[in-house]
Design a protein around this ligand. Sequence first.
Ligand SMILES: [Zn+2]
Length: 347
Amino acid sequence: MAAVARAIDPVSTFNHAEQLLEKQRDNEAFGLYFELRDSSRMAPLSYYRMGEILNRTGQIEESIDCHRKAFELDPHLARGLTTNDHPCHDYRYHFVEQTHTTQCPMCGEQGRKHSCYNAITKPDFTPGFDPIRVWMHCDACHHIFAANYPTDLIGALRQHNHGSHLSPRHEVFPALGRVLSNIRTLAPGNRLLEIGAGAGEMAAVAAEFLFDVVGIDIRPAYANAVAERLKIPVHACDFLDYQADDTFDVICMGDVLEHTTEPVRMLLKSISLLNPGGVLWISTPNFESAFSRVQHDASPLWRACEHLNYFCYRSLQAMLQTMGVAVVDYAISRHCLGTMEITCIRE
Ligand SMILES: [Zn+2]
């Protein structure tokens, strides 16, 4: 009997590649995904997977090309990557006007491409962002920053409110209570400013600890909800535009610094609003955290589209010292994975 060439079934080849990927056999999986690049049905997901593997092997330009090709071939790529109940399941890829940068926002030196991720698999993806995120590393100050973000960043943030930030999560109160208990022992007075009030958990706990709380949030929906719920003043503005009429004994910046394109200005302005001996408390993801060290590229923090900076303890501490604040405590966040909490005092 004459041998008959077996037609390659793209679906079974893809499934086989997925099994190899599961077993971390990246090289063999890559070969199979590569074979599928002309399959109209399986090519988009195969390019996505190749983008992930190339990111792991440090071939960042090639990874970016693969992630772009995946969306180009199928703008509805998210349907193949997420379950039906995922908030981004029906996302359709579309052009977003973006600002591209290679300059480190901490020290001004040129960064080099560090990694590339597709953020569409993360349930809290914000629609006004491009899901393909390129991260840069600054060798001069050891900082990681986004190479691309929406040109109308504030507009993109304000157009979309995350439900998770409209309802307070009661389960985080004890963890925040420990933070505020420590701040209480250091603060020279009662006036506390919270930048990035979100759902108002920190502000609520600060009020319980008898602080006189003022809040700020860039999203009017969040600011208004917290003001209404807690009966405290909450300004709906970008902190950099905030016209303060007083100084503070404590400034809390919980999970905010990673969202700005101007972290240096934000830190300097915060410090200028602190009374002598005042406390600056910062919570932000740390790319050298224990969590990041064990998660590698599986960490969801690489796919957080609204994050534009990824700090580490070393570089942030060095920056704070040059700004005249002394770091007095370092802790691992009890409610945000891979996040550090730095407490410092204005000298
Ligand atoms: Zn730098």
